[in-house]
Design a protein around this ligand. Structure first.
Ligand code: PEP
Ligand code: MN
Length: 272
């Protein structure tokens, strides 16, 4: 059954599990306007980056702690669960102090076992859901290792997010879909819920529907999508963010083999 794990963890979601929200929390107005629209679209998990790991210095590095109060307002006004990326113990601490419901570890951080271990140690004794994005390179062992570090620290509500991998050969997408990697993770950890993040794979809003459909066909457990109330004015990842209306339309157009009662494609992938 679809979404069992997320429901057990307290997420309220009808049908496909959807995490959505802006790349970065930029202002209280931007966060609230986007969140209200997404709550109306039936989203259970509102995402927003508070600390942004930029490839080059000087861009939008995130609003920092101040944005956590905006996420609390989202919780109070919309009932959605809220989550953000953590990259070091001080981020974990600030999130726990502000009642953030779910944390995720970004691709750059998953790549470094020292950082993952420091986060795991900071979370010892706090069993909140933690989602781990795949590392920057196509290395399923590093991805599993990060999940194991968190499990060894006593975290039981773990999931994964596939966001593709950097490739100098792939011209169409920002990050190559590299589907074999999440399919291998599904094979090795069949009980682990796994979301697809088409936004960071695609890098462009108009490619998101097709990659989302591929994720549905591979029977991912849900999607994490970047949505902004005014994408052209976004301070980070402007080209890949959907409007709330574009997001709702995209989701409505997805065919969902899960909901249609089978795992045939999945089984083919596993045996192939
Ligand atoms: C993000 O989710 O905004 C992000 C920075 O993603 P990634 O870690 O996948 O690059
Ligand atoms: Mn982003």
């Amino acid at each position: 059954m679809e979404n069992d794990r997320f429901t057990e963890w307290g997420f309220v979601q009808q049908g496909l599990f959807l995490a959505a929200g802006p790349c970065s929390a930029e202002s209280e107005e931007q966060v609230m306007e986007t969140a209200r629209a997404l709550a109306d679209d039936g989203v259970g998990f509102f995402r927003a980056g508070i600390w942004k790991p930029r490839t080059r210095p000087g861009g939008c590095e995130g609003v920092g702690r101040a944005g956590l109060a905006w996420l609390q307002r989202v919780q109070e006004e919309t009932g959605m669960k809220v989550g953000t990326e953590v990259a070091e113990p001080s981020h974990v601490q600030a999130c726990l102090e502000h009642g953030v419901d779910v944390l995720w570890i970004g691709a750059r951080t998953t790549t470094n076992p020292f950082s993952v271990q420091a986060i795991a140690d900071a979370l010892r004794g706090v069993d909140i859901p933690v989602l781990v994005k795949n590392p920057m390179s196509e290395d399923v062992g590093l991805w599993i290792g990060a999940l194991e570090r968190l499990a060894q620290a006593g975290l039981s509500k773990l999931g994964a997010i596939h966001r593709g991998v950097g490739s100098s050969l792939e011209m169409r997408y920002r990050n190559a879909p590299a589907w074999k990697m999440p399919v291998e993770l599904m094979r090795r950890m069949p009980d682990l819920p796994i979301l697809c993040d088409p936004s960071h794979i695609c890098g462009k809003a108009d490619l998101i529907a097709s990659i989302s459909q591929e994720a549905m066909d591979l029977l991912f457990d849900g999607l994490m999508i970047e949505v902004h109330c005014d994408p052209p004015r976004a301070l980070s990842d402007a080209a890949q963010q959907l409007t709330p209306a574009g997001f709702a339309e995209m989701v409505a157009g997805l065919r969902r083999p899960h909901a249609e009662g089978g795992r045939p494609e999945y089984e083919k992938q596993m045996s192939g």
